[in-house]
Every structure is written in C-alpha cells, then in structure tokens.
Design a protein around this ligand. Sequence first.
Ligand SMILES: [Zn+2]
Ligand SMILES: [Zn+2]
Ligand SMILES: [Zn+2]
Length: 141
Amino acid sequence: MNGPDFKEALRGAGLRVTSPRLAVLSTISRRQHVDAETIISDVRTQLGKVSQQTVYDTLHALSGVGILRCMTPDGGASLYEIEHHDNHHHLLCRNCGRLIDVPCATGDVPCIHPPEEGDITIDFAEVIYHGLCADCTAQDK
Ligand SMILES: [Zn+2]
Ligand SMILES: [Zn+2]
Ligand SMILES: [Zn+2]
C-alpha cells in the first residue's frame, strides 16, 4: 500500500483522511510489527507536533476497522502491521526477539478448532510460534 491506497482504505472504512492517519499508515507500511513508541516518534518526524493520544486514538481506530492488525506477543508492547487478510501467524525469535511472519498452514479462518466447539463462536486463531528465526538458526549451526 502507498499514499493513494491509504486514502482509499480509509474512505472504504468510512474514516476521514487525516494527516495523522496517513502518517501512521506510512510508518507502519515501511516497517513491520512496529510498536506505538516507534510510531509516535516517526509520526512526529513527519508531521511535527502530534500528541501521543492522537496516535493511540488513530491506532485504535485503524485496528477497529481492520486496516491495522495488532498483536501483543508474550504480554509485551503491542505491535502493529498493515492487515493483509492473509491470516498469517508469527514466530517470536527467542534469540533476537524479532517477530517473523509465518504463513498459515491451512489458510482457513479460523485455522484451528478446539476438540469441542460447543456453543462458543471462534472468529480466528492467533498463533505464535516460539523458536529461532532463520538468521539465528543459521548462527546456531
Ligand atoms: Zn532471531
Ligand atoms: Zn505479521
Ligand atoms: Zn493458521
């Protein structure tokens, strides 16, 4: 996604196109799995004075309409990425601490079902693999 696509995504979700929203989206699209603190400092570099609350509100609004995906691996800081609706999962590397995208084994949403679903409703399964990323696996050999 680039600038014009962001505008379209915002309008498609019924959100007004504002400069903080565009700045947040461009920051997140240039990195992956980025935390709010990094987003705030990057948005300030782009726009000058922007309140922390504005950025948090923006992240909340964009996650709420499914433009952003938010994860909180291991109870740490929430990490944001552009939602591509590919149902991908994540590997949390125990050596370098990076979060790596891992494709879903089945592609179906939800990809995991409990043995007895009973009367609950499952929207999706959030899977976090724990182990070593490719770089750290190579070093480990
Ligand atoms: Zn690693
Ligand atoms: Zn991801
Ligand atoms: Zn899956």
